[in-house]
Structures are given as structure tokens and as C-alpha cells.
Design a protein around this ligand. Structure first.
Ligand code: ADP
Length: 892
């Protein structure tokens, strides 16, 4: 007997060989060599992951227990391949044109890119897939244990060996299944390794079969006799179970995530299906050819109670044919590992794309704008998901104790996963199918599957006996194995019948009652009419009508003239029959390149795809588009920043320029005003001094009069120059304030007497002396100057018959307010805002002022931290002076 250690060595060697095959295939594909990697044969062989360890060992066990029923598991896929290959072709076409990554992605894409639906399918797939992975681990353990029993001294330890096996498979799936993200890039390594395993397991089973028929039974004739003599040979067909199982395996063949992975995602060329349509049934036929002989001989040879699930191993062993047993072991090992690897890949894609990534994107909103970043996250998510799924499978195996409970898992998983069928087939062929319909149907089917099959299979406490016997809350019509009171049906048939029919009915009714979103309708049309819409694989194509749309889009991107030029040139290239080129693949590819320069390749591809309807946008496309737009946005953001900075500078320059112009204008008008003001007194001084010089015999009286005029004018000049000087000092801020304390009353007393001194007809000044008691701390001379100006203005300009000036004062919150209101006709409204400007005079100035007084007042008040304003609605001219009681430096 071969030792267990030899077996472990052979196993390790086989795994290393698989790694090498996968590695070499990946290298060849990357280098563009190895056309055979994409041959229909490899595709067909990769489909063989349908035959897991459960079929490799289990078919014989099944035959030993229930006769020919095992055939149903092979008949289902055969029927699909032979009679429904056109449906599969549609599935593959949709998968490629929509660039789907998994069956969850396909459903989500069909039903308006709904992630809820994707999550549902993912949960369903993981729930059904994990025990299935556990089942593979169990089969490997069981087969190991056969050898270990005979050689207990070997290296093999059940617990740790399973763990290392699971870890090794995870590493394989991670290494070869997540090399890159692009779904267009196939996993040639994995697929080739699986094809090799397909050959190995077929060869192993046939070798055992040949040994049994010719080595043990002694040829075909005696074998047939043995079969006829055994119970298996009896044609015992339970029509209900047969139909159900055929249907179930057909449905699972279409819906299983791992089958979808190899059949649709890894498909290189639709035409491969044509070969697979006959070659795969042939493969299944060969796989099932020797099942019955092995079972019959096993039952004959081996003692009662021997596990028929292991006959493939134990029959050669019992005959001392160790090497054949080892080959058979490798066959079973191959079936298990290939299934586990592809399942882990398919499930991890779903988990990472529909569960991990949405959560990650939600929690990291805004930070993942660069897709390079997101891409590496997706890869990490996929790798972690593979590890987690393998870990789940491993723990399920440990927890379930690896016992007989696992044996029925295969069919239970089939029944669970086939709940996807109505939504899938409906989505492919019925435009009216809606997301709500799919969700409702799936939930109904899923719930029934859990209630009638999964939980009862797990027994108490998951499903208490009381519920099984009498139904929940004593409702007999809800008993898990006799829904609606229909009893006596096989549990599996019962579940499949109720769950799938109610699932389909719910799906149809909810679809009819709900209204699809625009995206759903669009996707629905693309799926159902995929053969009208989609492109032939590998390139673009489109109809002439689309050229105009393309033209419009191109104009928007490149600008009108370059776009027209490009289209013109293309049309000429095509023979120039019309001004619009036909959207041939060549043209579309060139257009894509042309547009790529402006908007990036991904965006260009997505935009053209939208118009020619070739393929819709995948997650990867969107990530790439997002990346490009993020860069564009960043770039345009920078440009915007620059341009707003420039416009800010330009505005500042404009403002400075206007200010300078204003200042220059002010200076000009100021100079002309000043020269005008100077010229008037100068002219009279010159005139009268000339008269005095040149006229002889002027009387004394005349001389005195003229000299007085000259004196007055000179005084006026001096005053004007004084004022100008004062104003320029104030305006330049070169004033030194002379702060001191005194009561307002004293300041006003001095101002009144000084303003009225020497006047002929004095204005009456009314004051409320008690109100002027407050003490001021400020530059009192400057404040007095303001008061004098206001009082003398009233004296000069008040035109009332009996001129009166009322000066009233009061203090509010640390400030004092002094109003000067006379009873003259005041200043007309239009001139009020102007009187504080330099040289501003209202009407004909009888008093001969230069119009600088109020301007000086305004400057002084500003220096003192106060202000002077004109008060409206007071009858006569009214000015209000307000200032802080105590001067504060900050107010300056
Ligand atoms: P000026 O130094 O020539 O007196 P102001 O700047 O003090 O000039 O005053 C400007 C103009 O405001 C004066 O020409 C006068 O027409 C008008 N004005 C000032 N105060 C009064 C007033 N109390 N009543 C009527 N008009 C006044």
C-alpha cells in the first residue's frame, strides 16, 4: 500500500505543477503567444468545473444508493447545452457587451444598475456557495482518511491538513484570479489550470472504470450481466424526482456563480459555445460512463456499510492497485480544487464589487477621487474577499463536523442558486421585467428555500420538530415539508416546485405592477435586443444614422471646424459618396483616438459606446472616467484659480487707474479753482495800484479808498492762502493735535464772540447754556475753528429778515452733538451733498468766501474722531457736529 506520505508528496507535486501551468499560461497570454489558450477546447474543458468532487465521488455513491437517478445531474446541463445553446449565446453576448463581472453584476446591470439586487444575489450565492466549498474540503479529507487509515504513522493530520489546503487554494485563487481588474482580460492561468484538471479527473475516472470493467468484471459482457443482476440496473424512475433534478441541475448550470464565471466572464469568443454545445455533453457522457459499473462492482466487492461515496477510491485499493487509487485520488482532488478556486474567485468578485466597495466608497467619500487609488483598493478587497470566503468554507466544514450533513449540500445549494433563474431568464427575454419584480421574486424564492429546505436540513434548533410536525403557531398548512397542506411529496421536489413557481409568479406580478426607471428600460432594451444592439466582438460598428450623433458630439468636444474637417476627411477616405462617413469600425476607432486626446480614452470610449450602443459602461470604465475627470477638474480648478487671480489683479489695476484719473482730474480742477480764486483779488490789486501809480492828482480821499480796496483784497488773498495751507496740512494728515480740557460752553463762547466781532448787522445767537456744561477733552482750538466757521456762515448767508442762529447741544453715549440751525432759506437739496467739497459755493456768493470753510470743517472733524453733517427738515440751514467727549487715539 502506498504510504500516506507518498500521497502527500504526489499531491504537493501536483499542486506545484498546477501553479506552473497557470503561471506559464499567464506569461504566454501576456506575451501574446499561445493561441490555443483561447481555443474552444480549453473553453469546453473549463466548463467541467460543473463536475466537482461531489459529482466525481458522489455520482457513484448516488448510483449505489438510488440507482440511475444520478444521471439527472448530467442530463440537466446536457439539455441546456444542446437545446438552449442560443439562450446561452445571448447570455454570453450580454455579458460581454455589458462587461459584467459576475452573475450579481449581470442582474444588477439589467435591472437599472441596482445594487440592492446585486447584494441579494451575492448573499444568496455566498450562502449557497460556502457549504459547497466545505463539501469539497470534506471530500478531500475523506479521501485522505482512506489512505491515512491504512497508514496511521503518516504525516497526515486531519485538522491542520484541511487548513493548509484551504490556505493553499486561497493563495492560488489570489495569485491567478486577481492579477488585474480589467474584466476584458481573461484569467488565462486559472482557466488553463482548470482545463488540465478537467483532463486529469476524466482520465482518472475512466482509468478506474476501465480497470473495473476489464480488470475486475472481465469485460463488457460479464459487466452487463452484473449490472442486470444488481438493483441499480432496475429502471426505477420516479418521474417527479427526475424532472425536478433535471430541471434543477439545468438551472444551476446556468445560475451557479462559478459556471457564470467560466461560461460568460472568461469567454473569449462567442463561437466557442458552438463547440461546447456538443463537446461538453460528450465530456459529461464520458464522466458518467463508468459510474454504474463502479457502483455495481463496489457494492459486490466491498463489505456492507462501506461508504459508496468513496468506491472510486476503495475499489482499486481493495484490489491492491495503489497507483490507480492514487490517480483516482488526484482526480477527486482536481475536481475539488478547481471548483474551490473558481468559486472563490467568482464569489469574491461579487462580495468586493457589491458589498465591500460600496461601503468603502461611502465611508471614504471624496478621498478616492484618483482611480489609481480606488483600483488598488478594489484589488485588495477582492483578495481579502477570497481569503474570507475560503475561511468561511473552512469554518463551515469544521463546525458541521464534516459529517453526513454535508452530503446533501450539493442539491440544496442547487435549489438555492436556481432562485435566480426567473429574474435572469426574464431579464434576458422580457422587456417588461422590472427591478421590483426581480427583488420580490428573489425574496419569495429565497425565503421559501430557507424555510422548506435549508433550515429543515439543519434540524433543531434551527427548525424545531414541533414546527416540522404541526407548522409554525400550529398552522398546519405552513409545515415546511407540506406547504398549503399538500403532503407526501419528496422534500426536494416540494421545495423546487413551490419556491420556483411562487418566485416566478411573484416576479411576473410585481413586474407588471411596478414601473421601470428610465435606466431600467434602457438596460432592458439592450439586454432583450442584444443581438440588434451589440457590436461584433473586438471592434465597433454602427448605423449611418449614428454618424450624425457622433458628429454633434465631436463638434462639442473638438469644436465645429476641426470636427467637420475630420468627418470630411473620413468620408473622402471611404469613397466620398456622402459628406458623412459610415461608422465603420476603422472610422470609429480613429474617432475614439481623436477624441481621446481631448477627453481621455475612457471617456471617449464610453461616449462613442453610448451613441453606437455597442457596449455599456462598466465599473472600470467609470473609474477611469472618474479619474480623467478628476484630473481635468483639478487642472481646470487650477486654471480657474489663476484666471480669477488675474481678474482680481486686473480689477485692482482698473480701480487704481480710475482713482489716479480722478485724483488727476481733481488736481486739475483744484489748480484751476485756485488760480481763479487768486486771480480775482490779484486783478483788483493790480488795477487799483496801477491807477494810484499812473494817475496824477488823485485826491486824498480817492487814494485812501483805493488803498483800502488793495488792503482788503490782500487780506482776502492772505485768508485764501491760509485756508489752502490749512486744508493741505489737514488732508495730508500732518496735523498735530493739541489736546486739552474745557467745557463746551467756554469753547462756544469764544467762537461766537470771535465770529461776530466786527460784523455790522449781528445775527441773534440762541443757546441753552445749561446743556453746554459737559467738559470736552480734545483739540479745542480746532473745534473752535469749526464752530467759528459755522457761526460766521450763518452770519454771512442767513437771509432772514431777523436772522437767528440756534445752537443746541446734548450728549449721547459718550458723544456730544451740537446743532447749528438758522432761520434762513438754507441750502437747496441738490447742493447739500456738495457743500463740504472744496471751493463749493451755492448760488452767487455775495460774501466772497472761497468755498473752503466747510471742507476744512469736515477734515478737522474727521481728525477729531467726529463728523459734520447737514441736517434736513429744519427750516433753515442746519449743520450737526458730533464728536466723542474725550478724544481717543484710535479714532484718528
Ligand atoms: P466759504 O468759505 O466760502 O464760506 P463754505 O465752505 O463755508 O464756504 O460754504 C460753502 C457754501 O455753502 C457757501 O458758499 C454758502 O453758499 C453755503 N452756506 C454755508 N453755510 C450756509 C448757511 N448757514 N446758510 C446758507 N448757505 C450756507
Amino acid at each position: 500500500m502506498a504510504t500516506i506520505n507518498t500521497l502527500i508528496l504526489v499531491c504537493l507535486g501536483y499542486v506545484i505543477f498546477l501553479f506552473a501551468v497557470a503561471f506559464a499560461a499567464d506569461r504566454m497570454a501576456a506575451a501574446g503567444r499561445g493561441k490555443w489558450l483561447r481555443s474552444p477546447l480549453i473553453y469546453t474543458l473549463s466548463l467541467s468545473i460543473y463536475c466537482t468532487a461531489w459529482t466525481f465521488y458522489g455520482a457513484v455513491g448516488n448510483a449505489a444508493r438510488s440507482g440511475l437517478e444520478f444521471v439527472t445531474i448530467y442530463l440537466g446541463p446536457t439539455l441546456v447545452m444542446v437545446s438552449w445553446w442560443w439562450g446561452l449565446r445571448k447570455l454570453v453576448r450580454v455579458g460581454r457587451s455589458q462587461r459584467v463581472t459576475s452573475i450579481a453584476d449581470l442582474l444588477s446591470s439589467r435591472y437599472g444598475k441596482s445594487n440592492t439586487l446585486a447584494v441579494c444575489v451575492t448573499v444568496l450565492a455566498v450562502l449557497g456557495g460556502t457549504p459547497y466549498i466545505a463539501l469539497q474540503l470534506q471530500s478531500i479529507t475523506l479521501s485522505f482518511s482512506i489512505f491515512a487509515e491504512a497508514d496511521p504513522s503518516g504525516l497526515y493530520r486531519e485538522g491542520s491538513s484541511v487548513f493548509w489546503m484551504a490556505a493553499g487554494l486561497a493563495v492560488f485563487a489570489i495569485l491567478f484570479g486577481t492579477r488585474n481588474l480589467d474584466v476584458n482580460e481573461r484569467h488565462h492561468g486559472v482557466v488553463t489550470a482548470i482545463a488540465v484538471e478537467a483532463v486529469v479527473k476524466l482520465f482518472a475516472l475512466i482509468a478506474v472504470g476501465v480497470f473495473v470493467v476489464w480488470g475486475i468484471a472481465g469485460g463488457v459482457g460479464p459487466m452487463m450481466e452484473r449490472i442486470d443482476a444488481s438493483e441499480i440496473g432496475q429502471w426505477n424512475v420516479d418521474a417527479g424526482r427526475w424532472t425536478t433534478f433535471i430541471f434543477l441541475s439545468a438551472a444551476a448550470f446556468i445560475c451557479l456563480p462559478r459556471m457564470f464565471q467560466v461560461m460568460v466572464v472568461e469567454n473569449d469568443d462567442e463561437s466557442h459555445l458552438r463547440t461546447a454545445a456538443w463537446a461538453f455533453p460528450l465530456y459529461l457522457l464520458l464522466m458518467s460512463l463508468f459510474v454504474v459499473p463502479i457502483a455495481v462492482v463496489g457494492l459486490d466487492l466491498l463489505p456492507e456499510g462501506a461508504n459508496p461515496d468513496l468506491f472510486v477510491l476503495t475499489v482499486p485499493l481493495s484490489q491492491g492497485n495503489d497507483w490507480l487509487a492514487m490517480l483516482s485520488f488526484i482526480g477527486g482532488f482536481s475536481s475539488a480544487t478547481s471548483m474551490v478556486i473558481v468559486s472563490a474567485m467568482a464569489l469574491s468578485t461579487m462580495v468586493s464589487n457589491h458589498v465591500v466597495m460600496p461601503i468603502w466608497l461611502n465611508t471614504h467619500e471624496g478621498t478616492g477621487s484618483v482611480s489609481g487609488d480606488v483600483r488598488s483598493i478594489v484589488l485588495v478587497a477582492r483578495r481579502v474577499s477570497i481569503a474570507v470566503i475560503m475561511a468561511l468554507g473552512y469554518f463551515y466544514y469544521r463546525l458541521s463536523g464534516g459529517g453526513a450533513a454535508l452530503a446533501s449540500i450539493g442539491l440544496i445549494a442547487f435549489a438555492g442558486i436556481s432562485q435566480i433563474l426567473p429574474a435572469l431568464v426574464g431579464g434576458l427575454f422580457w422587456r417588461g421585467a422590472t427591478r421590483t419584480g426581480a427583488l420580490v421574486g428573489l425574496s419569495v424564492g429565497f425565503a421559501l428555500w430557507i424555510y422548506t429546505l435549508l433550515l429543515p436540513g439543519m434540524g433543531a434548533p434551527w427548525m424545531p420538530d414541533a414546527v416540522m410536525q404541526n407548522g409554525p403557531f400550529g398552522l398546519a398548512w405552513l409545515r415546511p415539508h407540506a406547504l398549503f397542506g399538500i403532503e407526501g411529496i419528496d422534500p426536494m421536489v416540494h421545495t423546487v416546485m413551490w419556491s420556483l413557481s411562487l418566485n416566478t409568479i411573484a416576479f411576473c406580478i410585481a413586474s407588471l405592477l411596478s414601473f421601470p426607471s428610465p435606466l431600467e428600460r434602457l438596460q432592458g432594451a439592450q439586454f432583450v435586443n442584444v443581438f440588434d444592439h451589440s457590436v461584433s466582438p473586438g471592434g465597433w460598428s454602427g448605423s449611418v444614422a449614428q454618424s450624425e450623433d457622433l458628429m454633434i458630439m465631436t463638434q462639442r468636444i473638438l469644436g465645429a471646424a476641426p470636427a467637420q474637417e475630420f468627418f470630411q476627411a473620413e468620408a473622402e477616405k471611404q469613397g466620398g459618396r456622402s459628406h458623412m462617413p459610415e461608422p465603420t469600425p476603422g472610422f470609429l476607432n480613429r474617432l475614439e483616438r481623436e477624441l481621446s486626446g481631448s477627453v481621455g480614452t475612457a471617456t471617449a470610449h464610453a461616449m462613442i459606446a453610448q451613441i453606437v450602443g455597442g457596449s455599456s459602461v462598466s465599473v472600470e470604465d467609470l473609474l477611469a472616467v472618474a479619474d480623467e475627470s478628476a484630473q481635468l477638474l483639478e487642472y481646470s480648478g487650477k486654471l480657474e484659480e489663476k484666471s480669477s487671480e488675474l481678474s482680481r489683479t486686473a480689477r485692482q489695476l482698473r480701480e487704481a487707474n480710475t482713482k489716479l484719473t480722478q485724483i488727476s482730474e481733481q488736481k486739475d480742477s483744484f489748480l484751476s479753482q485756485v488760480s481763479h480764486e487768486l486771480r480775482t483779488p490779484m486783478t483788483s490789486i493790480r488795477a487799483f495800484s496801477e491807477i494810484m501809480r499812473d494817475t496824477e492828482g488823485l485826491s486824498r480821499e480817492e487814494q485812501t479808498r483805493y488803498a483800502a480796496i488793495i488792503h482788503d483784497e490782500a487780506l482776502r488773498l492772505t485768508r485764501l492762502l491760509d485756508d489752502l495751507l490749512d486744508l493741505s496740512v489737514l488732508e495730508n494728515g500732518q496735523v498735530n493735535l493739541n489736546l486739552s480740557d474745557e467745557s463746551l460752553r467756554s469753547v462756544l463762547d469764544r467762537a461766537v464772540s470771535s465770529a461776530l466781532a466786527g460784523a455790522e448787522r449781528k445775527i441773534t445767537v440762541r443757546r441753552t447754556l445749561t446743556a453746554e456744561r459737559m467738559s470736552l477733552h480734545t483739540d479745542l482750538d480746532r473745534l473752535g475753528q469749526v464752530f467759528i466757521n459755522l457761526i460766521s456762515n450763518a452770519q454771512k448767508y442767513c437771509d432772514a429778515e431777523e436772522p437767528v442762529l440756534v445752537i443746541s447741544a446734548h450728549d449721547v453715549g459718550g458723544r456730544v452733538i451740537i446743532d447749528f440751525i438758522d432761520n434762513g432759506s438754507g441750502i437747496p437739496p441738490g447742493a447739500r451733498s456738495m457743500v463740504f467739497e472744496k471751493f463749493a459755493r451755492v448760488g452767487v456768493d455775495k460774501a466772497g468766501g472761497a468755498g473752503l470753510g466747510l471742507a476744512i470743517c469736515r477734515e478737522i472733524m474727521q481728525r477729531l474722531g467726529g463728523e459734520i453733517t447737514y441736517l434736513t427738515g429744519q427750516g433753515g440751514a442746519a449743520f450737526r457736529v458730533s464728536l466723542p467727549l474725550a478724544f481717543q487715539q484710535a479714532a484718528q
